[in-house]
Ligand binder design. Structure first.
Ligand SMILES: *Cc1c(COP(=O)(O)O)cnc(C)c1O
Length: 458
């Protein structure tokens, strides 16, 4: 199949038009600058691969979600936005979220301690997970985490035990499965429930968990939670899930005489990774869809409106970040029809597993200088010992690309560094925040000495 250069051409970085690049990206003298700092300067000062986050862009996205939810729910019972820390969390990022009045969702001791280290109070924290350790539950209770999201009946029993030992009561949010599964363009509303997360509404497990939580002496039932997937473009999917969970709330009110105060609709709001991706709904569109579901629920049931929360991760972090790589080996590979240029960079699947894991597509642009007029169909690949180690599958890159050039791959702010590995014993890249012409390290780059320090030499 011939590949059209037109559709492959990386857009010039102007965030607002394409939605792929951080807002504060510009070309100055031919070179890409991010937050006012030239790409080549970042590459030489911090090394590559390097994750670069446009601080003002990420804060602005967080603020936009908060404002959209506050506005949509202003006539209801208010709304809280949890940033899903698994997308990318550091102490600095947790502080930004705190400044922007967002809460933070965590899913392990490491994430929880990172948010706590930033001074985020328990009232602004959530802890998820289908297999929390006793130590994680203890830490959550001792830190007064507002949303302790229980995922199973076994976990409810463990939380009750830990809370009883402390003579305290635990505020519980129950994760339920609504039967709605979504991701990408499609959603399925009667999907089978063969997955590890949550308590099924259809099987009755969710209602039983509500009953057990209400009966447990040291558990307070604060809310219900649903998370239906990731990268979801369909407002209908969110509405279907909202309707199911709100119906469960009404059933619980009728059955047990208890009106569950909070509903958490989870994360999964979509972003654009390439120019070929659909433009996702704006935060206000998602927020309005959820608010409409809540309004029809309270009209139909006469129950008081729940306090609502959501948990965007990718939609706050992804396009605020990009990765810088340095070009190494360039190879022309003969195909049956034509040929393909393979450009190897100094990272790959250890800093971005998404192409190998999900077949995810990305865009790339020459960052350290202007591209030549002529472009060549190029596959950008990593340096790992796997042929699936692809960074960008098909890109139109400058014909005169040469070793030492710096490339920028946008939309890597979420699930890049947070899913990074030391495969092939590569040190994991650092993360810097750029703003107003200066760069600040959020997470320092690992070195081979860091890796050797873990080796017991036994
Ligand atoms: C992954 C996850 C999120 C965030 O998902 P995004 O697609 O990054 O918005 C939110 N809540 C829960 C429970 C999750 O597992």
């Amino acid at each position: 199949m011939p590949i059209s250069l037109e559709t492959l051409t990386a857009p010039e970085p102007d965030g607002s038009a394409s939605g792929l690049w951080p807002t504060n990206v510009k070309r100055v003298g031919g070179e890409l600058t991010i937050g006012g700092v030239p790409a080549s300067e970042l590459a030489s000062e911090f090394g590559t691969p390097l994750f670069v986050i446009d601080e003002l862009d990420m804060r602005q996205r967080a603020a936009a979600w908060k404002l959209a939810m506050d506005t949509a729910f202003s006539d209801l019972n208010g709304a809280k936005v949890f940033y899903a820390g698994k997308a990318f969390l550091s102490v600095g990022v947790a502080r930004w979220m705190k400044d922007e009045c967002l809460a933070i969702d965590t899913c392990s001791e490491g994430e929880l301690r990172t948010a706590l280290a930033a001074g985020v109070p328990g009232a602004m924290l959530g802890l998820h997970g289908n297999n929390k350790s006793r130590a994680e539950i203890e830490l959550a209770l001792d830190s007064n985490v507002a949303h302790l999201v229980a995922d199973s009946l076994a976990e409810l029993a463990l939380i009750e035990t830990v809370a009883a030992e402390r003579g305290a009561s635990a505020s519980i949010v129950l994760r339920v499965t609504t039967g709605v599964h979504a991701g990408g363009h499609e959603y399925i509303s009667t999907a089978h429930e063969d997955q590890k997360f949550g308590l099924s509404i259809a099987s009755g497990a969710a209602l039983r968990a509500i009953e057990e939580t209400l009966a447990a002496p040291h558990l307070d039932l604060a809310g219900l939670h649903s998370h239906i997937g990731s990268q979801i473009l369909s407002l209908d999917a969110f509405k279907a899930a909202a309707a199911a969970i709100l119906e469960l709330r009404a059933t619980a009110a009728a059955t047990f005489g208890y009106v569950i105060p909070e509903i958490d609709f989870g994360g999964g709001y979509a972003v654009r990774y390439t120019v070929l991706d659909d433009v996702p709904p704006a935060p206000s569109h998602y927020a309005d869809a959820l608010a409409a579901s809540v309004r029809s629920h309270i009209e139909a049931t006469n129950l008081t409106a729940p306090r609502v929360s959501i948990e965007p991760g990718r939609a706050i972090a992804a396009t605020a970040g990009l990765t810088l790589y340095t070009v190494g080996t360039i190879k022309q590979v003969q195909l049956e029809e034509g040929s393909r240029r393979y450009v190897s960079v100094d990272g790959g699947m250890s800093d971005n597993i998404r192409p190998a894991l999900y077949g995810a597509d990305y865009t790339v642009a020459l960052a350290s200088r202007c591209a030549s007029d002529e472009t060549v169909v190029t596959r950008v690949v990593g340096k790992h010992c796997e042929s699936g180690d692809i960074v960008v599958k098909d890109a139109a890159l400058s014909a005169d690309l040469a070793p030492g050039d710096v490339l920028a791959v946008p939309a890597t702010g979420a699930y890049g560094r947070s899913m990074a590995s030391n495969y092939n014993l590569l040190p994991r890249p650092g993360v810097v925040a750029v703003r107003d012409g200066s760069a600040r390290v959020l997470v320092r780059p690992e070195s081979v000495s860091d890796l050797l320090a873990l080796d017991a030499d036994a």
